[in-house]
Design a binder for this molecule. Structure first.
Ligand code: ADP
Length: 422
């Protein structure tokens, strides 16, 4: 019987998968559960990631759900805890990153935690507390147009500071570059200076490894999946985890394939255009859905014609101008909800047609689709692109799922994902 080492809480589904993928890569057998587990979980895992959908919930609800998940992980005997948020620090002015982290710290009885969303493999780097997406500041990136969590300030000391009752400090790159001992000292100094959090700069994986090493004895770590890169090694060093194990093996799943997308992120829109050059697609429009047009039945009938011959794409995604138009008429939430609901019902219809391989783009969208498919836990396999593994959803008839967070994946991600599973 192995021992649960790391207990993680992710604020959305694809974020959970991204983190789980990082842990699997480091040799930790990882189970992702959707919401707080209601029954027993497999005993042969080293880490559990509880994926919530708290990123855009009202803050009070997000806090309540996160604390309940933390309590479950504590009861399960986890040694260390991780609060995973997006590598682009997706949040609104109120939170929920600060309030949730605050509540977790209160529940754990601690007064300091690091905060590091950097994920250099996906071009998210942090310098002087400023988050870059590729070669531009977060606030100049496509994230400024995000439908639910537009990010218009790249200074994370300031952004987190506005969301928390605690003071926020910075461990700058000049310290991180000196290695784990220097970072540990900077954490102690920040704590003594009354800081509750330190944003930690990182521009490459070597930085993340030493940050992880410096946080080996932290009860709670907060950040993107990148900063988890050094954690498996901490457990190996402590003799709690074997030095190497095949953590990424998945059971085989047959069936037909489909791509569903509700993400309006720049990368996803580009991936959709790339797909459309050679393959069929069907577009859902929130304005038509709101007018009562039965696009769900239309999409299913359209898919039925083609699905046995080749994979199809069904999407609600749109470029910023169209998203804005829909939001102005329907409201941000209602527009999002219409597309999420339509894609969920379509997913169930496709499941009934024998589709067992779903590539899904969008964090919120993935959450909705996975729930509709009746999947409560995911076994995590090897990555397709950084942060996006194939997974197998545990249910009576298992289903393969590649759940892509909006801005992740190469231009040909959809084709690549399907190529790897067929
Ligand atoms: P990402 O991972 O890119 O952030 P999400 O699925 O988390 O993607 O969020 C995108 C949100 O935008 C979802 O709520 C989705 O339903 C919504 N949405 C999708 N298409 C449209 C559209 N055409 N107009 C407005 N909102 C949309």
């Amino acid at each position: 019987m192995s021992q649960l080492l790391l207990g993680c809480i992710a604020d959305d589904f694809t974020g959970g998968t991204d983190l789980a993928s990082m842990l699997v890569r480091g040799g930790m057998r990882t189970l992702q559960v959707i919401g707080v587990p209601q029954g027993p979980i497999p005993s042969d895992v080293d880490a559990v990631v509880i994926a919530l959908k708290t990123r855009t919930l009202p803050t009070e609800e997000a806090v309540r759900e996160s604390v309940a998940a933390l309590e479950w992980l504590r009861q399960a005997g986890c040694k260390q805890f991780f609060f995973k948020y997006c590598s682009t620090f997706d949040s609104t002015a109120e939170g929920n990153i600060g309030p949730v982290a605050d509540a977790m710290m209160d529940a754990l009885g601690i007064d300091f935690a690091l905060a590091c969303p950097a994920f250099p493999e996906n071009k998210r780097t942090l310098y002087q507390g400023h988050l870059f997406v590729g070669d531009v500041l977060l606030s100049d990136s496509g994230m400024r147009h995000h439908p639910l969590t537009p990010m218009t300030d790249a200074n994370l000391v300031r952004v987190l500071g506005q969301q928390t009752k605690r003071e926020v400090g910075l461990v700058p790159y000049s310290v991180v570059a000196q290695g784990a001992a220097a970072i540990r000292e900077a954490f102690d100094a920040a704590r003594q200076a009354g800081k509750g959090y330190a944003i930690v700069d990182a521009i490459d994986n070597a930085n993340l490894n030493v940050i992880g090493e410096a946080a080996a004895d932290h009860t709670l770590i907060t950040g993107g999946s990148g900063v988890a890169i050094g954690l498996p090694e901490n457990f190996q060093r402590a003799g709690l985890l074997p030095a190497s194990q095949a953590a990424a093996e998945l059971p085989k799943v047959g069936g037909l394939s489909v791509v569903l997308s509700g993400s309006c992120s720049v990368a996803t829109n580009d991936q959709i255009e790339h797909w459309q050059k050679t393959r069929p697609s069907f577009q859902l429009d929130p304005l038509l859905l709101a007018d009562g047009r039965d696009q769900v039945s239309e999409a299913l009938a359209w898919a039925k014609e083609r699905i046995g011959k080749e994979p199809v794409l069904i999407y609600g995604s749109a470029r910023p101008e169209a998203v804005k138009a829909a939001q102005e008429r329907l409201g941000v939430e209602a527009a999002g909800q219409l597309v999420e609901e339509a894609l969920s019902i379509i997913a169930v219809g496709l499941d009934q047609m024998g589709v067992r391989q779903f590539v899904v783009a969008g964090g919120e969208t993935s959450g909705a689709v996975v729930k509709a498919l009746g999947v409560e836990a995911l076994l995590i396999g090897a990555p397709i692109d950084p942060g996006v593994p194939w997974t197998v959803g545990v249910r009576d008839v298992p289903v393969a799922l590649a759940l892509k967070s909006g801005n992740f994946g190469s231009l040909d991600f959809f084709e690549k994902a399907l190529g790897q599973i067929q």
